[in-house]
Design a protein around this ligand. Structure first.
Ligand code: FUC
Length: 914
């Protein structure tokens, strides 16, 4: 159940119908439901989504997704399963490509771009010439009796990954709660009321796909379908969605595809979906068996168990990072009002919410074994979505995964490496038949079938380094984890990506450099209607990273010494970056001026972010030129373009400008009411890019050092973050007051030298190894840099003298703490309770209270994971509970101090409730 504080119950307004979304922006009602600090990780609304998908709330377990509309009398769960894609396995490679390559290259090198593009369009396009779309499964619709309602409150709680709804109708308080469980692979819908026998609903499936509906048994409905045909490829992914009701009290029947529940006190509807997609070349999976076995397994588990298993799984990931950027009364408004009014308000907590929303969306759309998050994550209501809701490699897919390692969700990255592995097969064929080359190649898009050829026309698709960019992520991920097995398993993909370019780079006749030809600087014409070129700057930057990654991985794995020598020789002949006549980073080999000065792609700053080839201290001239490039391109852009620019400005260490770009993103034309980023239309890359950008403002590690608080804006004067990750294997927590660092707490995964850069080190500071209480020896290579030898498993604390320490080892502090517990208010069928925790000898902070109520429900709530308070009386946690008031019973809660997710299991403190 979602926590409903008494204040909400009193303040909630009447339900209405959500307004349709106008693409150029939307408006929020002005009346605001009052929220409280307790709800800081909650998206909250006082109206249903109506028919507006961008007001519905996303839930997901990586594979299954749903958009929950929260309409009082007509609930809609728009359903997705991440392998339901149009078409089926296909081989897109164009066998004519290799023969035409020499002539295409000649045309490009002699600046005959139009004829070159024509020839590419004739000989290099994949077959089909476009890729295939990710598609919806359909909808589960739940009809409730119509009636007048009041006290409507709709939420998405990021700390529990649960969409909830409550309202009062006919004197009865109704609750709805929906979550997608990863451990049990079902979507769980829970309907309750505070009066016995008050829940009566019917449920049906529908879909825009080719489907049939049925009632396989007396408590289940089914939707059996097959994905659509597209681009001449026959739809072949079969899917089965099942919904089964389990009721307490009342009756459940199912016939003719309609599920009827009447007179129940509570109902759990389990939604299970199976798909026949096995992998990119096999679609004969037992989709019905999968759907049924998941459902049968989940049915055997009590609702409370389903919920606590979901919470344990989700919170183990989500709880690794907490963030507090300060809070103002602006956070008391509903989420849509906060977005609509962001420009005129100081609402630092919204940055924390958007940051955590990105992490929530990644956990919900990308788990080990699932498909990677596509352009819309896993949430798509269409059979023909914009840009096919696939994987665009020239900006969007990489951006989706920028926050994966930095915000401590490394596991969520793994589906990308599976996709890369598939592309090493399909892309090897494309490399061979279209380039006569070894290794593998992927161009600017791919899909569930791992299409690797050129698509959409030369102007957009003739870009060779999509696979190369993906392959660089193998090395980057390894830098965070140090996982040798991972590196060994993925090294062949890295080597194959490099091999392709060793085989295909050609010497630029006028300059002598080795360059890609044909390629482009993504989607930007350098002359009218001409984007095709040789050796665009972005390609050269990506290839430097790829060759370095491959060579260094080969070294670490002690393999391929000869190849390494060749790769390094090729690398040294790549064109260097150049400063153009306008003081900018040149985007092409020639100093051309882009045809669209404000184009959304700023590809040639790949070298600034995500790469590290342009740095403030290492390449000061290029750094200045990168600044100038961004000034020339301007701040405006699509959602993802703004998000990338937050990262760029963070890397330039310009906190004010990074924050300005963040604010530009929080506008009604760039953020939907449900906080989905708008290109427009909805594209999830902007969400992930924003989360990454905020992480980059707080911690950077791209330059063989941890740079702590490199771009902290004035707008977040006092705050705290825990659990960020840095390359080299560091987990970092930081606290600051009035713009000045109080402390950094750094845990090292591995032995080695650590370089720490921070303004703090130019002032006075202390450093201690918290694990053995020693004072590490340090050197000061620069005035703001401290260097020390760190040991695996040790935690180090650098602090401003006098700053209150945050305990990081938490097994003793909570045990020494005491707590008192009291019911502070009650209402029909529920109550609100309060706990006051008193620290032991040491002050404690950064704590979580998990409430476990007598019927086994776990409510992880209030300032869960984010509230930080220091001092002897640590503070109060409130929880609301809708259920029978326990009379004199015993209620327990777990208490965690320190960094959530890093702690040992919390001790359980038992209190008497009355
Ligand atoms: C690239 C971008 C577009 C859009 C699409 C999915 O083509 O240039 O802006 O994000 O991918």
């Amino acid at each position: 159940m979602s926590p409903v504080t008494r204040r909400h119950l009193l303040a909630a307004g009447a339900a209405g119908v959500g307004a349709a979304l106008v693409p150029a922006g939307w408006s929020a009602g002005t009346e605001a439901v009052s929220a409280s600090a307790a709800d800081d990780l909650i998206l909250r609304y006082d109206k249903p989504a109506g028919t507006d998908w961008l007001r519905a709330l996303p839930i997901g377990n990586g594979r299954l997704g749903a958009m929950v509309f929260g309409n009082v009398d007509a609930e809609r769960l728009q359903l997705n399963e991440d392998t339901v894609w149009a078409g089926g396995p296909y081989d897109s490679s164009n066998t004519r490509g290799a023969a035409a390559l020499a002539e295409i290259r000649r045309l490009v090198f002699t600046d005959q771009w139009g004829p070159a593009q024509n020839l590419i369009n004739q000989t290099m396009m994949g077959n089909p010439g476009g890729q295939l779309a990710y598609q919806t499964v359909g909808n589960l619709r739940i009809a409730f009796p119509a009636g007048t309602t009041s006290q409507y409150d709709r939420t998405l709680d990021l700390s529990t990954a649960t969409a909830s709804l409550t309202y009062v109708s006919g004197g009865v308080r109704y609750q709805r709660e929906v979550f997608a469980s990863a451990p049990d692979q079902v979507i769980v819908v829970r309907l309750t009321a505070d009066r016995a026998a008050a829940v009566s609903v019917t449920a049906t499936f529908d879909s825009p796909q080719r489907t049939t509906v049925s009632s396989p048994d007396g408590s289940t409905i089914a939707l059996d379908g097959i994905s659509g045909s597209m681009e001449g490829v026959t739809g072949s992914v079969r899917f089965l969605a099942l919904a089964q009701a389990v009721a307490t009290g009342g009756t459940v029947t199912s016939s003719g595809g309609t599920l009827r529940i009447s007179g129940a006190t509570s109902v759990t509807i389990l939604v299970s979906i199976g798909s026949s997609y096995v992998n990119y070349r096999t679609v004969n999976g037992d989709y019905q068996g999968i759907a049924r076995s998941r459902l049968n397994a989940a049915r055997a588990i009590a609702y409370d168990q389903l919920r606590s298993r979901h919470l344990a799984d989700y919170q183990a990931l989500f709880g690794r990072v907490t963030i507090d950027l300060g809070r103002t009364a602006a956070a008391d408004q509903t989420t849509d009002v906060r977005i609509a009014q962001h420009a005129g308000q100081n609402d630092p907590q919204f940055a924390a919410l958007l940051f955590q929303y990105g992490r929530y969306l990644l956990i919900s759309s990308s788990r080990p074994g699932t498909q990677p998050a596509n352009l819309q994550g896993i949430w798509n209501d269409s059979t023909a979505p914009q840009w096919d809701s696939k994987y665009t490699l020239n900006a969007n897919l990489p951006m989706n995964y920028w926050p994966a390692d930095t915000t401590n969700l490394g596991e969520c990255f793994l589906p990308v490496f599976d996709l890369i592995k598939d592309l090493t097969v399909t892309g090897a064929r494309t490399a061979q038949v279209q380039y006569g080359a070894g290794g593998w190649v992927a161009h600017h898009n791919t899909d569930a079938w791992r299409g690797s050829s050129v698509v959409d026309g030369a102007l957009w698709g003739m870009w060779q380094t999509g696979g190369a960019w993906l392959a660089t992520m193998i090395w980057d991920h390894y830098q965070f984890t140090g996982d040798l097995e991972f590196l060994r398993a993925n090294y062949p993909a890295l080597r194959g990506a490099a091999q392709f370019f060793v085989d295909t780079l050609v010497a630029d006749p006028s300059r002598g450099y080795l360059v890609t030809n044909p390629s482009n600087s993504p989607e930007l014409p350098h002359h009218a209607d001409a984007s095709v070129c040789a050796g665009p700057t972005m390609d050269n930057q990506i290839l430097r990273d790829l060759f370095d990654a491959c060579a260094r991985a080969g070294e670490v794995l002690a393999t391929d010494a000869d190849l390494r020598t060749r790769i390094r020789a090729v690398r040294d002949r790549l064109p260097p970056m150049r400063v153009g006549s306008r003081g900018n980073i040149q985007e092409w080999l020639a100093d051309w001026v882009e045809t669209e000065p404000n184009h959304r792609h700023v590809s040639h700053l790949y070298g600034l972010h995500p790469s590290n080839q342009i740095t403030k201290r290492g390449t000061p001239q290029l750094y200045q030129a990168a600044r100038r490039t961004l000034e020339l391109r301007g701040d405006d852009g699509t959602g993802w373009s703004l998000a990338w620019k937050i990262n760029f400005w963070a890397r330039l260490e310009d906190a004010a400008r990074a924050h300005k770009l963040f604010r530009d993103l929080v506008r009604t034309d760039r953020l939907a009411p449900n906080m989905f980023d708008l290109h427009p239309p909805f594209q999830i890359d902007g969400n992930f890019g924003a989360t990454s950008g905020i992480a980059e403002m707080l911690l950077q590690s791209h330059n063989a050092e941890l740079h702590l608080l490199p771009a902290l804006p004035d707008a977040w004067p006092t705050g705290r973050v825990t659990g960020l990750r840095g390359r080299g294997g560091y987990t970092v927590s930081m606290a600051w007051t009035s713009g000045r660092a109080d402390e950094f707490v750094i845990r090292a995964d591995r032995d080695g030298p650590a370089r720490l850069r921070a303004r703090l080190f130019s002032e006075s500071w202390t450093l201690v190894d918290l694990t053995d209480s020693s004072t590490p020896a340090t050197t000061r290579p620069e005035s703001d840099v401290v260097q020390l030898a760190v040991r695996a498993g040790h935690t180090y604390r650098a602090a401003r003298p006098g700053a209150t320490p945050t305990p990081t080892v938490t097994t003793t502090a909570p045990a020494a703490a005491t707590a008192t517990y009291a019911v502070t208010s009650s209402w029909s069928g529920g109550f609100q309770a309060e706990v006051v925790v008193t620290a032991g000898p040491a002050a404690i902070s950064g704590w979580t209270v998990t409430w476990t109520f007598p019927d086994g429900q776990v409510i992880s709530q209030v300032w869960n994971g984010t509230h930080t308070q220091t001092g002897p009386n640590v503070a109060v946690s409130n929880a609301a509970y809708n259920g029978a008031l326990p009379a004199g019973g015993s209620t327990s809660f777990g208490f965690i101090a320190g960094t959530a997710g890093v702690n040992n299991p919390p001790p359980v403190i038992t209190c008497t409730t009355r």
